[in-house]
Design a protein around this ligand. Structure first.
Ligand SMILES: *Cc1c(COP(=O)(O)O)cnc(C)c1O
Length: 488
C-alpha cells in the first residue's frame, strides 16, 4: 500500500482519449422526443485504454482481501476462496444460464442444486434444506417465518417470543424484530456458556424458539446443548441454531444430532464463497421434517423419473423470499467446495481450524488473556477454544492503549484486525481459519507481541497508527453517519 492519493477518473480525463471504439451502429435511427434528449454532451471522463486499466488496477490493489493478506476477523470465517470455485462458476453452461430458462433446458443446474440440498441436510443432520435465503441474516428471518407459520398452523399463534443469549450476534434480535417477534435476552455464565437456570425461568407457552450459536460467539462449544434442547422441546418450542460457526464442527457433530430443529448456513463463512458488502449471497436453511412443509418456494426436487424440477405447489409454504432459485452463482461455489473437500476433508477443515485457533490462543495468552479460559498457566487442552477465541487485554487497556489502537497497529503490519468489541466490550475476537500456513500464524503472533510491547514502551506509535495506509485514522462515527459519497 502507498500513501499517495489516487486521482479520480475525472481528474485524469483528457478528451479526446478513448478506451473503447464502438462499431458503427447497425440499428435503425429512431427519432427521440426532444424533451428527453440531453442538450449537451454529458461530462463523462475521457481516458485512454491503458490509463483506464491502470486506474482500476491501482484501486483494486488498495482493497484488503483474503487473497492479499491474513484476515483473522472473528465470527466471519475469512478463509481462502479457492480458485477452483471461480472456474466452476465461470463455466459457460452455468455462467450464461438465463434465470427464466425452462427447467427442461437446465437439468444440470437443477441437479447441482438438488445435490447441494442433500449435502447440506446431511451436514446439518436435518431433513430438508431451502437454498433460497440470500444471507445468514436472511436465513434467520426466513426461519422465523417458517416457525411462525408452523405455530399458526398448529393453533398456537401466541408463541411469538424468541429467547437469545446476551452474546448473540446483532442479526439475531434484528431478524426477530423484522419478523414481529419479541426477543428476550438470556444471561450467559461467567464462562461464556448459556445460563440454563435463566433459560428455564424464561421458557413458557409464549416461547416460539431459542436462538443459539454453537460453538457460541465467545468461541466455546456448549456441551450442554442437548440438555438445553430437551428443556426447549419440553416447553413446546424450537431450537434455532445460528450456523455461523459451522466451521468448528463440520463432520465432527451435527446440529440435528444435538437437538437443533432449524438452522442457517453462511456459505461465505463455512463453504468458502466470497464475502460481499452487506450481501454475501446465500444463507441456506435446514429444518426437521415437521417444519419442512413451510419452507419457501420454489423447491428444487427430484422426480420419480430421475428428472429435476422446481416445485411451487406447496400449499403451506411461506411463499417466496428471493427471486428465482436463490443466488445460483454462490450456491454453485459452495457445491464445488463441498465436493472438493469430501466428507473427510470437511472434518479436516474443522479440526485444522480448531488447531490453528488454539495454537494462536496458547502462544498469545500470556499477554492477551483469555477471559473465557483457560485461566493462568492451565494448558489449552484443559479448556480448549473452538475455531476462534476472545481476548480482553486488560493490562494494555489500563495503560491507555485502546482496542482500536491495537487494530490500527495491525493494519500497519499488513494484517486485517480481528473483530473488536463483540460480543463483549474491549475484546478482540480472533479466528485464523484452517487455510493459513504456520509461517503466517507465526508472523501474526510476532505482530501481536510487538504491539503489546509498544503499548508499554511507545504507546504514541499505536495512537498514530495507521501510518502506511492511503487514508490515516478515520473518525469512524462521522464516516458512518456523514459519508462523503461523491467527488466535489
Ligand atoms: C455472520 C453472522 C451472522 C449473519 O450472517 P450474514 O450472512 O452476514 O447475514 C449471524 N450470526 C453470527 C454469529 C455471525 O457471525
Amino acid at each position: 500500500m502507498t500513501s499517495e492519493t489516487l486521482p479520480l477518473l475525472f481528474e485524469i480525463s483528457k478528451p479526446p482519449a478513448r478506451a473503447t471504439h464502438l462499431p458503427e451502429s447497425d440499428v435503425p435511427h429512431v427519432a427521440m422526443d426532444a424533451n428527453f434528449a440531453a442538450s449537451e454532451p454529458l461530462p463523462l471522463p475521457s481516458v485512454g485504454y491503458l490509463d483506464l486499466i491502470r486506474h482500476y488496477t491501482r484501486l483494486a490493489q488498495r482493497n484488503f482481501s483474503v487473497d492479499g493478506n491474513f484476515y483473522p476477523l472473528g465470527s466471519c470465517t475469512m478463509k481462502a476462496n479457492p480458485k477452483v470455485n471461480e472456474w466452476a462458476a465461470g463455466l459457460s453452461g452455468f455462467a450464461n444460464l438465463h434465470p427464466h430458462s425452462d427447467p427442461a433446458d437446465c437439468q444440470g443446474a437443477l441437479e447441482l442444486l438438488y445435490h447441494l440440498r442433500i449435502f447440506l441436510a446431511e451436514i446439518a443432520g436435518l431433513d430438508e434444506v431451502s437454498l433460497q435465503p440470500c444471507a445468514g441474516a436472511h436465513g434467520e428471518w426466513t426461519s422465523l417465518k417458517v416457525i411462525r407459520a408452523y405455530f399458526a398452523d398448529h393453533g398456537q399463534p401466541q408463541r411469538r417470543v424468541v429467547l437469545a443469549p446476551d452474546t448473540a450476534h446483532g442479526t439475531n434480535p434484528a431478524s426477530c424484530a423484522m419478523c414481529g417477534a419479541n426477543v428476550v435476552t438470556i444471561k450467559s455464565l461467567p464462562n461464556g456458556l448459556t445460563d440454563l437456570e435463566d433459560l428455564k425461568r424464561h421458557l413458557n407457552d409464549q416461547t416460539a424458539a431459542v436462538m443459539v450459536t454453537n460453538p457460541n460467539t465467545v468461541g466455546k462449544f456448549d456441551a450442554h446443548i442437548a440438555e438445553m434442547a430437551k428443556l426447549i422441546h419440553d416447553a413446546g418450542a424450537f431450537l434455532y441454531l445460528d450456523g455461523a460457526n459451522m466451521n468448528a464442527i463440520l463432520g465432527i457433530t451435527r446440529p440435528g444430532d444435538f437437538g437443533a430443529d432449524i438452522m442457517h448456513f453462511n456459505t461465505h463463512k463455512t463453504f468458502s464463497t466470497p464475502h460481499g458488502c452487506g450481501g454475501p449471497g446465500a444463507g441456506p436453511i435446514a429444518v426437521r421434517k415437521e417444519l419442512a412443509p413451510y419452507l419457501p418456494v420454489p423447491q428444487v426436487v427430484k422426480n420419480a423419473d430421475g428428472s429435476y424440477s422446481l416445485d411451487t405447489n406447496r400449499p403451506k409454504a411461506i411463499g417466496k423470499v428471493r427471486s428465482f432459485v436463490g443466488q445460483f452463482g454462490v450456491l454453485l461455489r459452495a457445491y464445488t467446495y463441498i465436493r472438493a473437500c469430501g466428507p473427510d476433508g470437511l472434518r479436516n477443515v474443522s479440526e485444522t481450524a480448531i488447531l490453528c485457533a488454539n495454537y494462536l490462543a496458547q502462544k498469545l495468552k500470556h499477554v492477551y488473556p483469555l477471559p473465557f479460559g483457560p485461566k493462568g498457566d492451565a494448558p489449552m487442552a484443559a479448556d480448549p477454544c473452538a475455531h476462534e477465541f476472545i481476548t480482553v487485554p486488560q493490562e494494555i487497556i489500563d495503560a491507555g492503549v485502546s482496542i482500536m489502537d491495537l487494530a490500527k497497529g495491525l493494519i500497519d503490519r499488513g494484517f486485517h484486525p480481528p473483530t473488536v468489541h463483540f460480543p463483549v466490550a474491549n475484546c478482540l475476537m480472533i479466528e485464523p481459519t484452517e487455510t493459513e500456513s504456520l509461517d503466517t500464524l507465526e508472523a501474526f503472533i510476532a505482530a501481536m507481541l510487538e504491539l503489546a510491547d509498544l503499548a508499554k514502551h511507545d504507546p504514541q506509535q499505536l495512537k498514530d497508527a495507521p501510518e502506511r495506509t492511503p487514508v490515516r485514522r478515520l473518525d469512524e462515527v462521522l464516516a458512518a453517519r456523514k459519508p462523503i459519497l461523491k467527488a466535489k
